[in-house]
Design a protein around this ligand. Structure first.
Ligand code: PGA
Length: 268
């Protein structure tokens, strides 16, 4: 894991956008794994800005999102499809047919759907770069604590903590789904490179467990310790509980020097 501690949320979004831009410039038909939530909004804003300068195009890019609620329609304002369109897809030149959401229709067998979604990722050659946030309880995607570390795309029941964290997004009389379809932890670990973004003090404890705690399904994000190319982009607040901050900063400086000399450690 490369731990990158930056001044604030703005710097985290800029760094994430820089890494994504480098990939798309290198591989115009990149396969991206995308996330919803409050954290990646600033990243998408940065990317839209870069797209508008003409530096990158998404015309050949395909995307797979981590998760989608079960039991609400794709057209519903609360769906993650609606979120992605409004926050990102509507503002770039991506072909919407190449944007895949794990949306399992009413009446469709979720198990069959999950297998089909995994297969679609494989048919595209796998995910080049997966963007992640982290839940206050350590979840990635909607892989809640105690999720199998070998899990694949499937239905998960959301924890009370997650329901509470996301409650503000729903009006009082609006139905808040308690089930979601999510890529599994093994699906996420198959990505060739992973970037996790975390900002704000509400994430500090989960970040500490993910990076410095034991590998445990009780902190699903700790499974990232098993991946060879993970960048954890943090603002100072989210990094506040890490024990070895000075060391991580030093390692990052060394890596930046090496990258300037020899290029990225990660090849697609
Ligand atoms: P957030 O969600 O960005 O809204 O905090 C992150 C997550 O739950 O993965």
């Amino acid at each position: 894991m490369e731990i990158v501690i930056l001044k604030n949320a703005d710097a985290v979004a800029k760094k994430g956008a820089q890494l994504l831009t480098e990939l798309i410039r290198q591989k115009s038909n990149a396969i991206l794994g995308l996330a919803t939530g409050r954290t990646p909004i600033a990243l998408y804003e940065q990317l839209i800005g870069i797209y508008r300068t003409g530096e990158i195009s998404f015309a050949e890019v395909s995307t797979f999102n981590l998760d989608e609620y079960l039991g609400i329609d794709e057209d519903d304002d609360q769906s993650y499809r609606a979120f992605m369109n409004a926050a990102f897809f509507d503002h770039i030149d991506i072909d919407i047919r190449n944007t895949y959401m794990p949306f399992c229709k009413e009446g469709e067998n979720p198990r069959t759907f999950g297998l089909g979604f995994e297969n679609e990722i494989l048919c595209h050659g796998g995910i080049d770069l997966q963007i992640l946030g982290i839940g206050g309880n350590g979840h990635i995607g909607f892989n809640e604590p105690a999720s199998s570390l070998k899990s694949r795309t499937r239905v998960k029941a959301l924890t009370q903590r997650t329901l509470q964290d996301n409650k503000h997004l729903f009006d009082e009389n609006e139905h808040q789904p308690r089930l979601a379809m999510t890529m599994g932890i093994a699906t996420i670990l198959d990505a060739r490179k992973i970037i996790l973004l975390a900002t704000g003090s509400g994430k500090a404890e989960a970040v500490q467990k993910m990076v410095e705690g034991p590998l445990s399904s009780m902190c699903p994000a700790s499974a990232l310790q098993l991946h060879q190319h993970v960048s954890i982009l943090l603002d100072e607040k989210a990094a506040a509980k890490l024990q070895n901050q000075e060391y991580y900063l030093w390692v990052y400086e060394q890596n930046e020097t090496l990258r300037k000399q020899f290029g990225s450690f990660y090849n697609i």
